[in-house]
Design a protein around this ligand. Structure first.
Ligand code: HEC
Ligand code: HEC
Length: 469
C-alpha cells in the first residue's frame, strides 16, 4: 500500500493540468514521423507527462503537441526512450505491451464516458475502441481515414538497441469520426473536449506516463473523469507573436537591415527571395542571440522570448505556399492542370509537360499563395524577363512564335511554341513583332469555376522539392 501513500502525496486528488489550447495548423503537415515542418515547431507542447504509478527506472519524457484544421486533429509524440521495442503487428493486437503511445478522446465534456481510443506502437500497429453509449458493434472499432506514421513504421519487430534515443508518432484523425458526440463539426472557437495522452509498454524501463494525471485510486488509463481539458482555438499557432516580432525587428534591427525585412545599407534582406544561409528556427535564434562572428551582425541583448518572436516574424515573411495548408481539392486541381486548364501544354511538373512556361515543380517553395493566385487571374503589365512573346516572320516566309530567351542587336534566341529553340539572325527576319501580353493566360478566374481555381491553387501549393530533401 506504500505506493498509494506516495501517490497521494505527489498527486492529491485535486491534481489537474491546465487546459490546453489546440491551435490551427499554420502550415501543411506531412505525416512522415519527422516533425520537421514549421507547424510542429510552432505548436505548443502540452507539457511534461506525469508518471502516475512510478516505481523505478528512468523517467523518460514525452513532447506531445496537437493542432487542428477543418478536417483533422493532428497529434505528435516525440518520446525519449533508450530501450525501444515492439513486436505486435496484428491490427487491434495488444499494442500497449510494446512501446506505445495513446490518445483517448471524449468530444462531449458533458458525456465524458463517451470516448474513443487510438493506441499505436512504435512499429505502426494501431488498436482502436469506441467506448460510447451508442456503440453496438464489436469491442474494436474502425475509425475512418486515420493516417499516421511512426519512426519504425512497418518493421516486423523492433528490438532494444544501444543506439536507441527517441521515437516519434505523427497522427491525423479526421474530425468527422467524432460527429456523433461533438457539439460542432468542425469544432468552433472555444469548443471544449476532454482527452488524455499516454505512453506505455516496452520491456526495459516499462512505465506509464500521461499528460493529465490520473486521480487515485484508479490505476487505469480508462478513467475519462481524469482526462484533461482541451479548447479548440481558431488562433493559428505562432501567428500572434509574428506581429510582435515585426515591431521588435523594426525597432532593433533596421540600423543595418531594411525596414520590414528588406535589404538595408549594411545587411542583407531577411525576407527576400533568396537562398538563406540560416533557415531553421534554431539557426536563426542562434544568429540573433550570439551574432555572427567575423561580420557586423551583433549579438542581441533582447530576452529569449523576444528573440523567439523575431524568429517567428522572419519565418512568417519567408513563408511560401508550401508552408500553409491551401484550401480546395488538389486532386481536382491536378485534373484541371492536365485537362481543362491546358496548363501542361506550357508547364512541366515532375518532368512532364511543356517547356514554354516555367517549370512549376518547385513553385510552392518559391512563391506565396497570393502570387500563385495573381499569376492565374491578373494580367501582368509587361511580360516578365525571359518570357517576352514574339512573332517572327522570316524572309523565306517561315513563321516562328514563342518567347525570347536571349537577344542582341544581331540575333534572337526564341523558344518556340513548338518547344524547339530557334536561333534567328536578325538579317534573316522580315519582321519581329513583340507582343504586349504574356503567353500566360490571366483569365482563369473566368475560365474556371471557383472550385476548379482553388483546386489548381491547392495542387500548385503542394509542388515543392523541399519535402524530398
Ligand atoms: C550592426 C549591423 C546589424 C544589426 C544591428 C543587425 N544585423 Fe543582422 N546581420 C548583419 C549582417 C552584416 C549580416 C550578414 C552576416 C553574414 O555575412 O553572414 C546579418 C545577418 C543576419 C541574419 C542571417 C541571415 C541569413 O540568412 O543567414 C539574421 C537572421 C539577422 N542578421 C537578424 C538580425 C536581427 C533579428 C537583428 C536585430 C535584433 C539584426 N540582425 C541586427 C548586420 C546587422
Ligand atoms: C500558353 C502557355 C501557358 C498556359 C496554357 C499556361 N501558362 Fe502559366 N505561364 C506561361 C508562361 C509563358 C509563364 C511565364 C510568364 C508569366 O509569368 O507571365 C507562365 C507563368 C505561370 C506562373 C508564374 C510562375 C512564376 O514563376 O511566378 C504560374 C503559377 C503559372 N503560369 C501557372 C499556370 C497554370 C496553373 C496554368 C493552367 C491553369 C497555366 N499556367 C497555363 C505559359 C502558360
Amino acid at each position: 500500500m506504500w505506493i498509494l501513500v506516495v501517490l497521494a502525496a505527489a498527486f492529491p486528488l485535486a491534481a489537474q493540468v491546465s487546459p490546453y489550447r489546440i491551435e490551427r495548423a499554420p502550415s501543411r503537415i506531412t505525416l512522415d514521423a519527422r516533425l520537421d515542418e514549421p507547424a510542429w515547431r510552432d505548436a505548443t507542447p502540452v507539457g511534461d507527462f506525469i508518471f502516475n504509478w512510478f516505481e523505478s527506472g528512468d523517467r523518460e519524457q514525452t513532447d506531445a503537441r496537437m493542432l487542428w484544421d477543418d478536417d483533422n486533429l493532428y497529434v505528435s509524440w516525440r518520446c525519449q526512450d533508450r530501450h525501444i521495442s515492439a513486436q505486435v503487428t496484428e491490427r487491434h493486437g495488444p499494442v500497449s505491451r510494446d512501446d506505445c503511445v495513446e490518445i483517448f478522446i471524449s468530444p462531449n465534456p458533458a458525456k465524458v464516458r463517451n470516448y474513443y481510443t487510438f493506441e499505436i506502437n512504435v512499429i505502426g500497429t494501431m488498436l482502436n475502441r469506441c467506448r460510447t453509449d451508442w456503440w453496438t458493434g464489436p469491442p474494436t472499432w474502425e475509425p475512418e481515414g486515420v493516417q499516421y506514421r511512426t519512426t519504425y513504421h512497418g518493421r516486423a519487430r523492433k528490438d532494444e538497441s544501444s543506439d536507441d534515443r527517441e521515437w516519434i508518432v505523427e497522427l491525423a484523425i479526421p474530425l468527422r469520426n467524432f460527429a456523433r458526440d461533438a457539439a460542432h463539426m468542425p469544432p468552433r472557437d472555444g469548443d471544449e473536449w476532454r482527452l488524455n495522452l499516454q505512453r506505455t509498454g516496452g520491456i526495459t524501463n516499462r512505465q506509464n506516463s500521461t499528460w493529465a494525471p490520473i486521480a487515485p485510486p484508479s490505476k487505469s488509463f480508462h478513467t475519462p473523469e481524469s482526462f484533461g481539458r482541451v479548447i479548440f482555438s481558431t488562433q493559428v499557432a505562432a501567428a500572434p507573436n509574428a506581429e510582435a516580432g515585426r515591431k521588435l525587428y523594426n525597432a532593433n534591427c533596421t540600423a543595418c537591415h531594411g525596414l520590414d525585412g528588406a535589404a538595408g545599407d549594411r545587411a542583407p534582406a531577411l525576407g527576400a527571395q533568396r537562398r538563406y544561409l540560416r533557415r531553421t528556427e534554431a539557426e536563426l535564434f542562434d544568429a540573433i542571440k550570439a551574432g555572427i562572428a567575423g561580420t557586423l551582425m551583433p549579438a542581441s541583448p533582447l530576452p529569449d522570448s523576444q528573440v523567439r518572436e523575431i524568429v517567428g516574424y522572419i519565418r512568417s515573411i519567408r513563408a511560401t505556399a508550401i508552408d500553409f495548408a491551401a484550401p480546395g481539392d488538389a486532386a481536382l486541381g491536378r485534373e484541371v492542370f492536365a485537362g481543362k486548364g491546358n496548363c501542361a501544354a506550357c508547364h512541366m511538373i515532375g518532368g512532364r509537360g511543356g517547356i514554354i512556361g516555367p517549370d512549376l515543380s518547385n513553385i510552392a517553395a518559391e512563391r506565396k499563395y497570393e502570387d500563385l493566385r495573381a499569376a492565374l487571374t491578373v494580367a501582368k503589365p509587361v511580360p516578365p524577363r525571359g518570357f517576352q512573346p514574339v512573332r517572327v516572320t522570316l524572309r523565306d516566309g517561315r513563321r516562328v512564335r514563342g518567347v525570347i530567351k536571349n537577344e542582341n542587336n544581331f540575333s534572337l534566341q526564341v523558344l518556340g511554341t513548338d518547344d524547339k529553340l530557334h536561333l534567328i539572325d536578325r538579317s534573316q527576319a522580315a519582321s519581329v513583332e513583340y507582343e504586349k501580353q504574356s503567353l500566360m493566360p490571366a483569365d482563369y478566374g473566368k475560365k474556371l469555376t471557383p472550385a476548379e481555381l482553388t483546386g489548381v491553387l491547392a495542387y500548385l501549393s503542394t509542388q515543392s522539392r523541399r519535402r524530398a530533401e
